[in-house]
Design a protein around this ligand. Sequence first.
Ligand code: ASP
Ligand code: MG
Length: 457
Amino acid sequence: MAPVVLKFGGTSVGDAAAIGRLADIVAREVRPRLVVVSALSGVTDLLVTLGELASAGDAAGVGRVLERLRSRHATLAAEAVTERERATLTPTLDATLDELHTLTRPPDTRVWPSPRDRDAVHACGEQLSSRLITAALRSRHIDAIWIDATDVLVTDDTHGRAHPDVDATTAALTGAVSRVFDGGGVPVIGGYIGATPDGVTTTLGRGGSDYSASLFGAALGAAEIQIWTDVDGMLTADPRIVPTAHLVPHLSFAEAAELAYFGAKVLHPSSVQPAVRAGIPVRILNAANPDGVGTTISASPPPRVEAMTALASKRGVTVIEITSARMLMAHGFLQRLFAVFDRLETAVNVVTTSEVNVSVTVDDTDRLDALVAELRRFAEVVVEPQMALLCVVGENLHEDARLFGQIVTALGAIPVRMVSQSASRRTVTFVLRESDLPQALAGLHDRFFPPPPKDAR
Ligand code: ASP
Ligand code: MG
């Protein structure tokens, strides 16, 4: 039977109640399952702070953070792990915490930040949580077996954002995991971390546990990857703005990638890439509502009856309008223009062009003044802050040409500043005033997202 990967994020391992729910989810799954866990909620942030304090030579600060980490894990162990399992667990937690202490003890740490040392520190969260969860599952009579992620996730040495070696990882993982499966056990691995072939610890970047889960699922040829988190799945719109927003049961990978940019609670596109390539569906599920259907992201979701999939939005966007009658049609102009954004490391989100004008949106305005100054050397520039993006997402948009007109009609008199439709016609993005966003979202949602039938969930 093809295995499943069950990944639990920080809030799903954050306290004793969460760990109880996690154990129930693992226990009721009848297929062979691999459990992947994040650090306890907030712990990776704490480790980042720890690294900063260490490099600043702040011995007292380092001591305080280490103590918080120690007591957080010890308290949870006392609540969620039996005394018998704790006898094996505690020395392993202590070993990791001692290692952290050695790594961060000033003043030897003044040479920080060395990317390699930073990874060694940041990786401790998942090492601690995976040991703890293993022991907690064993306390509930589940034959959980800890696997050291640094033995099975093989990466290059790009510290902080390591690239996995898929073949080496597949070989190491399948060996380790199948031994556990053969014995009827449940392997537990920390996400987010790996090691170089020489055994130097690395991390995959923030939020990397989803990436680990997706890599592991692909390596094992899993039936599915379940991402257990604290939301029911992907919603049709931001529920803080549109209270009638409801669950989207199915998404294509491409739709999920579009939505991810908007901070929707879906996976980061790069983190699902290995699953996409292997054709393995990824499900977002709520650990606090384990009977919900969640959102399934797959290569070819079932045909949708609704015209659209979801509305995504983002506030705090700035429009930069660049006009140059002389230059625009000259070849090389766009390159010159975007080279400015590149040099100032500012990502551009939406772009529209006309004969003499290029308008772009950015949401990172840290270097706005420098950007504008450089652009003014060869063009006229107008900046409009307090704008918003409203993105209509749906594979159906390219099936039915009438939809575009219907969307525009539903926006009514709301002034639209820019419109961008991708050639794949999977999304249409409108740039409008931030103050108009709630009304625009509500109007589109009412028009295109009728409430689902009561028994649909
Ligand atoms: N603990 C890591 C982070 O917060 C990785 C993860 O949770 O995905 O970035
Ligand atoms: Mg996390």
